[in-house]
Design a binder for this molecule. Structure first.
Ligand SMILES: Nc1ncnc2c1ncn2[C@@H]1O[C@H](COP(=O)(O)OP(=O)(O)O)[C@@H](O)[C@H]1O
Ligand SMILES: [Mg+2]
Length: 276
């Protein structure tokens, strides 16, 4: 385990060190969060609704500032750059981009126009074209739909477009906020499969926020569990998949492998094993 940690530290592309986030100067939402996002790997951040996952992503990408939120403690390091407190477009220029929850595409624009809009940080037309071709090579469905108004795409296609648009800024790190939300499991598998390919082939680093632990741990290399603005558990994804607390609470399975109701798992809050 010691050896693994040493490797992890050396390869962290993005390091969040003990950050605190406050909204409206008084509402403390993140209470000392540390996360390492490794290069060329998928790191997942799991947690129930309201845990602080989106706030974590916004703190990293710099959009928090526009929402009366502030990083009041700790640091965020992207490669050699310290990015906490930086403006979102400066962070994007350094190679980090956030794909927001709810797949916000420009509905009145076509698929391809959305991609071009995502490539606005690139100056040259040829570079934008290359970006579009790269996106189409990973998401052939978007190529098929390139002249279609994006408001009429299916939910899954809009999610692909939101990711594709983010890729247009040629990022090194992509933050994904609940891409599985409201999508059928097969579509989620398709999208996660493509993200996985992107990570391996383009050496992207991904921080994947999910409430859907089963899906996320299926594709991730490493995972963190957040509760009430704190990380309560972390480990390699396969270890987390085997963890009985994760199984019970997030995957809804008991020791025998049968489904449990949320009510049965409520007692987990009183258990201290989380913090061990
Ligand atoms: N702009 C905001 N102002 C005040 N409180 C907020 C704001 N955004 C989120 N919160 C609060 O911060 C907590 C964490 O929210 P969020 O980061 O969205 O959690 P998650 O993404 O895990 O569901 C919640 O209690 C939420 O009400
Ligand atoms: Mg959220």
């Amino acid at each position: 385990m010691g050896g693994w940690r040493a490797i992890a530290t050396r390869q962290a592309m993005l390091a969040i060190n003990n950050i605190e986030v406050v909204y409206d100067r008084v509402i403390l939402v993140l209470k000392g969060v540390s996360i390492d996002v490794r290069e060329g790997a998928i790191t997942t951040l799991l947690g129930a609704n309201g845990a602080g996952k989106t706030t974590t992503l916004k703190a990293i990408s710099g959009v928090l500032r526009g929402e009366r939120g502030e990083v009041t403690k700790g640091t965020i390091q992207l490669g050699e750059h310290r990015i906490d407190g930086m403006r979102a477009h400066d962070v994007t220029r350094l190679g980090l981009v956030q794909v927001f929850e709810g797949r916000r595409v420009f509905e009145h624009l076509t698929t391809e126009e959305n991609l071009i809009a995502g490539g606005h940080v690139q100056k040259e037309g040829a570079v934008v074209r290359q970006g579009i071709d790269l996106v189409y090579s990973y998401f052939p469905r978007l190529k098929e739909r390139r002249h279609q108004q994006s408001g009429y795409l299916s939910g899954g296609e809009q999610q692909m477009l939101a990711i594709g648009r983010a890729l247009m800024s040629k990022p090194k790190v992509v933050l994904l906020d609940e891409p599985s939300l409201g999508l059928a499991p097969m579509l989620v598998e398709e999208i996660f499969g493509i993200v996985d390919k992107l990570v391996r082939q383009e050496r992207l680093s991904v921080l994947l926020v999910e409430q859907n632990a089963t899906m996320a741990l299926g594709v991730a290399d490493h995972g963190y569990v957040m509760e009430n603005g704190r990380i309560v558990l972390e480990g390699p994804a396969d270890k987390l998949r085997d963890n009985s607390d994760i199984k019970e609470f997030y995957l809804g399975l008991n020791e025998g492998g049968t489904r449990k109701s949320y009510r049965d798992t409520k007692h987990y809050k009183r258990r201290k094993r989380w913090l061990s």
